[in-house]
Design a protein around this ligand. Structure first.
Ligand code: ADP
Ligand code: MG
Ligand code: MG
Length: 211
């Protein structure tokens, strides 16, 4: 039933907001090293507002929850990450208009990734959130479509892939975003946006495993 998925999506937004708040300082530290030290604050403020906005929706569908969360991130979070996270969530939410299934979740993930790459023009190896997102989305799709895994198991595979993607950001040089201004001095630091993307996917898994 759509309302069950809607309620799960509200719970997911709350879990993401709590996790990001718990990781706020860590994300700030990562962004201090190769950026402007605002990623923790940006994300914590944005997800707190998003969780409050979706909690106020009356009997929402999963599409409405994702769209509202995205719109809230767009209006609350500036910088590089606000439009990338918020705009892509709003755009990809349309894939959930018929509800949440393994198939629609794959379509949502693929459309979200496409939008991030359309907007940000980053590819794998540029040391951005794309380095976590590409392996996560590809692994999720393969796990559902080829390996026929249940969605929660597919999401667990996606989390593992995103973890590897985050680790991969450490030794590489940034080619997009503020960190790219540092050139080779960005080497040896973990990308903040890839890290927050991993936390979000981890919370989606935790929520899905619970529902
Ligand atoms: P800002 O850099 O404007 O202060 P944030 O600190 O909130 O914004 O977010 C920084 C993160 O945004 C980076 O760690 C990176 O993952 C992501 N990012 C920056 N530019 C791009 C881009 N062009 N494509 C994808 N992700 C990007
Ligand atoms: Mg920043
Ligand atoms: Mg900034």
């Amino acid at each position: 039933a759509p309302n069950d998925a809607g309620a799960a999506a509200v719970a997911a937004a709350e879990n993401v907001a709590d996790r990001i708040e718990a990781e706020r300082e860590h994300l700030t530290d990562l962004d201090s090293a190769i950026g402007d030290a605002d990623h923790g604050g940006n994300m914590a403020r944005g997800w707190q507002a998003a969780a409050e906005a979706v909690a106020g929706l009356d009997n929402p569908t999963v599409e409405a929850v994702v769209k509202t969360a995205g719109k809230t991130l767009l209006s609350e979070v500036g910088g590089a990450s606000g439009p990338l996270y918020g705009g892509s969530l709003v755009f990809a939410s349309a894939e959930l208009s018929d509800g949440l299934t393994a198939e629609s979740a794959v379509a949502f993930a693929e459309t979200y990734l496409e939008k991030v790459q359309d907007r940000g023009d980053a590819k794998v190896g540029d040391k951005t959130m794309v380095d976590a997102l590409v392996p996560a989305v590809h692994t999720f799709k393969k796990s559902v479509e080829t390996d026929d895994l249940p969605p929660v198991d597919a999401l667990a595979k996606a989390v593992a892939a995103a973890e590897n993607g985050v680790a991969f950001t450490v030794p590489i040089r940034a080619a997009k975003g503020r960190a790219s201004y540092l050139g080779w001095r960005s080497v040896g630091h973990q990308d903040p946006g890839a890290t927050s993307t991993l936390y979000i996917i981890e919370e989606l898994l935790a929520t899905a495993a619970d529902h």
